[in-house]
Design a protein around this ligand. Structure first.
Ligand code: ACM
Ligand code: ZN
Length: 752
């Protein structure tokens, strides 16, 4: 044997000796969904022979991918290998710097982009075509051609680190998850009444005093009386840690926007430096949630303080925006302050709203002088918008409409679709949340461009953001539970094309995506396997329809029996019934929570109902029929589709039967979550047909749920019932929302 042949022989022996293990191609289920993707019948095999080629501009993205591959598969791709190739190509003619082309052929993966941003997003798509982790030394990757770019330039997630404090490690994890979803902006809510979380070297008391509170409210704000845990709580990020986060975010193409709240939500700073407030009184860092009356007094020394703070902030944060808050600043201190009143006169301002506008405009001018732009919550519209401000619309979308019409940029974060601190399931076992109801499907259905805007006006919509306020989010695990998977749905709202979205198709991709989250130990909420029920009225009577968003089987049982029946068609309802149902996999394993629904059949069901005023559009999910559909609202929460909420109205409800009917009693209940501005009425009145007699019942609102019951009508024959529910009136001084008209929340009206 010649020496060369001998070497060949040894090589063959060696190759046979290392058995190669192959990971099969992962089916494309990319989230957020790319603009266009075409699977092709080719397979690229990633292995230790694969080389990676890139320009220096892309080197950071390339090394991110190299180290990712090492962590999931112990495969080392590098520039020296001479097998197949992953090639990053820069094409400056690509319009969108975040767009990319990803082509996977048999011998080469080509990633084309204008620069690192697009290349990074191509890598994120490529990652979703790899196994989550594998011990294989060869990974087969499905051939595909993807052309992709985002719909919106602003794709954000927010985190409140003031109500509860989150570690640097958690922030990095949050950024990792955002990167996976191609989110590009992290809104870091750093200052609040309950804590100041950014080191400002010139003001050491912000670290010593403002960063800590004496104790924290236990349970929900609506639970009375308030109880506290007696434990000092707090912390802050050093400027070094903040730089570390900014660098980590930049490596993931994420810009960090700091929020420094002014003039409201500033009680912690005033606790540290009492002369920042109107009274000069010594106050404490807040220990409970809500809106606080002590806000910055617009004195020259306050402006000096805020400018000094901004000086340090702009040195740290390289992005173009500084968020200055601007929300929820009660004007009571300003009304009673000589300095504030004199300033209003001196500047020729109309009122305290214009004083707030003066405040924000002055700070904007300073921030602009540093080469930065401001963002503020939509209250900054009140009293006149600062000239260059971007508006973050949270109280619905009207702020966005108004600002876009004034040719200001806007970011949509309406409570109705973007507040991930709200409940996501109406299941009783959900962990405590602030309130509301924002299921995944509703997030997915969000359209960031308000329909009132013209095409030209809609160009001012930069994008949208999910907000994570943390009054009730005490741990990293709970933050993940609340943010995911709703952030996943939002990523598709802000990245993917508007047309062709289908929730069930998204859910089938999410089922795969969840395995990725599992591998990262993300404590996401999984409500995909919950059953939804709808009571339907047909010509032949009532029936109850059960639904799942997945293609899996539902089984149910009636009146406390087991899951003994596979659901095929709606269940006829002729008497009061309890329905129990759940989703099962093909192995007959129950997947999600057990769904329980009590249907209380009464005389009002199938009657005609009308209201003098519509419910508020955020609390109207079940429509007016929800009041007489036999189904009561959730015992703990008012945000489901059974409670109807009215903002400040006197409500008159008319219920009419097709035929005269015997009525003996009428009962309902009201929510009384005073912390959320919700008050039970003081009494209700009932009138039958066109009779003059009025029956009334006073309420006894000592609990969260306030029942009222009118009975002994003695089987009176009536056709029309009118129920008057006068609004509670103005919220008393000292309570949340003082001075505003109360909300009224009404549950099922049971007629027997
Ligand atoms: C906010 O939720 N107060 C902006
Ligand atoms: Zn003042």
């Amino acid at each position: 044997m010649k020496i060369q042949d001998y070497c060949k022989f040894l090589l063959i022996l060696f190759l046979f000796g290392c058995s190669s293990k192959i990971a099969e191609p992962v089916k494309p289920n990319i989230i957020p969904k790319p603009n266009s993707q075409e699977v092709i019948p080719e397979i690229f095999t990633l292995s230790n022979a694969t080389s990676i080629q890139f320009d220096s501009e892309i080197s950071q993205v390339a090394s991110y991918f190299q180290s990712y591959v090492k962590t999931i598969a112990n495969i080392d791709i590098n520039t020296e290998n001479d097998g197949n190739t992953i090639k990053f190509v820069i094409d400056k003619s690509i319009q969108n710097e975040e767009g990319y082309h990803l082509t996977i052929d048999e011998n080469v993966i080509t990633i084309t982009s204008k620069g690192p941003k697009g290349a990074f997003y191509a890598v994120q798509s490529l990652i979703q075509l790899l196994p989550i982790s594998t011990d294989a030394n060869e990974i087969q990757i499905q051939g595909i051609r993807i052309e992709d770019s985002p719909r919106f330039v602003y794709r954000g997630m927010h985190l409140d680190v003031a109500r509860h404090f989150f570690s640097i490690d958690f922030i990095k994890r949050y950024l990792d998850l955002m990167a996976l979803l191609k989110m590009n902006t992290f809104h870091w809510h750093l200052t609040e009444d309950q804590g100041w979380r950014i080191e400002i070297k010139k003001y050491p008391k912000l670290q010593e005093i403002a960063a800590f509170r004496d104790e924290t409210l236990i349970g929900h704000y609506s639970d009375q009386p308030h109880q506290f845990d007696g434990k000092r709580y707090g912390g802050y990020y050093t400027q070094e840690q903040i730089k570390e986060i900014i660098t980590y975010a930049a490596e993931r193409q994420i810009t960090v926007i700091p929020e420094i709240e002014m003039p409201g939500h500033s009680q912690a700073a005033i606790a540290a430096y009492p002369n920042l407030g109107c009274t000069g009184d010594s106050i404490k860092v807040a220990t409970k949630w809500g809106i606080f009356e002590d806000i910055y007094c617009p004195t020259e020394s306050t402006f000096e303080f805020l400018k000094d703070v901004i000086d340090e902030v702009v040195e740290l944060f390289p992005g173009k925006y500084i968020h200055i808050g601007g929300d929820e600043a009660p004007k009571i201190r300003w009304k009673n302050c000589n300095h504030c009143q004199n300033l209003i006169k001196k500047e020729g301002l109309k009122d305290e709203h214009e004083l707030q506008s003066y405040f924000i405009t002055r700070m904007e001018k300073y921030i602009n002088s540093k080469g930065k732009q401001i963002i503020g919550w939509d209250e900054i519209l009140e009293g006149g918008l600062a000239p260059n401000a971007t508006v973050m619309s949270w109280r619905g979308t009207s702020g966005a409409v108004e600002a876009a019409r004034e040719h200001h940029n806007v970011i949509l974060t309406p409570g109705s679709h973007c507040y991930f601190d709200h409940y996501q399931s109406d299941h009783e076992n959900e962990p405590l949340a602030i309130g509301g109801f924002l299921p995944l499907e509703k997030v997915y259905s969000f359209e960031p461009i308000p329909k009132e805007l013209t095409e030209e006006e809609s160009t001012y919509v930069l994008g949208a953001q999910g907000n994570l306020w943390t009054e009730y989010i005490t741990t990293a695990e709970k933050a993940e539970y609340m943010a995911f998977p709703r952030a996943v749905a939002l990523s598709e709202v802000v990245w993917s094309k508007r047309n062709g979205k289908q929730y069930s198709e998204f859910v089938s991709r999410l089922e795969h995506f969840n395995k990725r989250l599992d591998a990262m130990n993300v404590n996401y909420a999984n409500h995909l396997y919950e059953v939804k029920g709808i009571l339907q009225t047909t010509n032949s009577g009532l029936q109850y329809d059960l639904k799942t968003t997945t293609s899996k089987t539902i089984k149910f049982g009636l009146d406390n029996s087991d899951f003994n029946t596979t659901y095929k068609k709606p269940i006829p309802i002729s008497q009061s019934t309890i329905i129990k149902a759940a989703v099962f996999d093909s192995g007959d394993q129950q997947l999600g929570n057990t769904f329980m629904q009590t249907i209380n059949v009464h005389k009002g069901i199938r009657a005609n109902i009308s209201l003098n005023v519509p419910p508020h559009k955020s609390y109207n999910a079940g429509g007016k029929e929800a009041l007489i559909n036999g189904i009561s609202g959730n015992n703990k929460r008012y945000g489901d589709s059974e409670w109807l909420g009215f903002s400040g109205n006197d409500v008159k409800i008319t219920i009419e039967f097709d035929q005269p009917n015997k009525v003996n009693s009428i009962a309902t209940r009201f929510h009384n979550g005073n912390g959320q501005w919700i008050y039970a009425p003081k009494e209700i009145q009932v009138q039958f047909d066109d009779e003059e007699a009025i029956f009334s019942a006073k309420t006894n609102p000592s609990e969260l749920l306030v029942p009222v019951h009118l009975d002994d009508f003695g089987d009176k024959t009536v056709q029309k019932i009118q129920i008057s529910i006068p609004n509670y009136g103005k919220i008393p001084e000292g309570k949340q929302g003082a001075g505003n008209l109360a909300w009224t929340f009404i549950d099922e009206i049971v007629i027997k």
